[in-house]
Design a protein around this ligand. Structure first.
Ligand SMILES: Nc1ncnc2c1ncn2[C@@H]1O[C@H](COP(=O)(O)OP(=O)(O)O)[C@@H](O)[C@H]1O
Ligand SMILES: [Mg+2]
Length: 221
């Protein structure tokens, strides 16, 4: 479970301070499916970076599974992130020279499992997302929806408790986007905590709970 208490994120610019989050308080229980909505510039990605242990708040407290991580160093955050959180991005962020199988295997390299174990797990994950027959395709040989499936399989490689997805359907047509959201629902059903950032209110229906941001503040569900 992740809890933010009166969290501020302020950037210091030449023109003065820019408050990207202004006193956000929210808690995200284990095995919930949470959507974060709001217009462009409202602070969604900033919030996502804090939830994902990619950044620390300027003020306020962030707790992850009961531990106060507000003042963790970059190394400490990286450690927590690696074993707790899987990421999915709007632009898939796959490595273009690697096959689907290699893209999914890569994050496991840092875990110390044998090559055979890693590859077996990557095959299993790609089969789970419906790509058992695309293991040796490279990203440019796959459709957008297939690339996002590879990215979701990759996000699962270290068996994270939480999946964070920033606009995961933003580059997909609506039919493909729906399939991706259904995949997140399946993962939720398997016990994962799913947090999805979107500016598309149509995505609301897939989540159990919605947070709406406007101008750096939570304005409602
Ligand atoms: N690294 C940064 N430095 C300065 N300003 C930033 C930075 N990141 C985000 N901002 C500003 O913070 C606000 C919120 O940005 P962001 O969280 O990316 O919004 P969203 O994801 O909802 O579009 C925007 O006004 C943006 O310009
Ligand atoms: Mg954003």
């Amino acid at each position: 479970m992740i809890a933010l208490q009166n969290v501020w994120k302020t950037y210091t610019l030449e023109s003065g301070p820019l408050h990207s989050l202004k006193g956000v308080t929210v808690s995200i229980p284990q095995n919930s499916f949470q959507a974060i909505l709001g217009p462009s510039g409202s602070g969604k990605s900033t919030l996502m970076n804090l939830l994902g242990c990619l950044d620390t708040p300027t003020q306020g407290k962030i707790q992850l599974n009961g531990k106060n991580i507000s003042h963790y160093s970059a190394d400490e955050l990286a450690h927590v992130r690696g074993k707790t959180i899987g990421f999915v991005f709007q632009k898939f962020n796959l490595i273009s020279t690697l096959t689907a199988l290699q893209n999914v295997t890569l994050p496991m390299v840092f875990q110390g499992a044998s090559q055979a174990t890693r590859e077996a797990r990557a095959r299993e994950l790609l089969t789970f997302v419906g790509l058992g027959n695309r293991l040796f395709h490279r990203p440019n040989q796959l459709s957008g929806g297939e690339q996002q499936r590879v990215a979701i399989a990759r996000s699962l490689s270290n068996n994270p408790e939480i999946i964070l997805a920033d606009e995961p359907t933003g580059n997909l047509d609506s039919v493909t986007g729906t399939k991706i959201m259904e995949l997140f629902q399946r993962l939720h059903g398997q016990g994962k905590t799913i947090i999805i950032v979107t500016h598309d209110p149509a995505m609301k229906k897939y989540a159990q709970k919605t947070i709406t941001l406007r101008d750096g503040q939570i304005v409602g569900g």
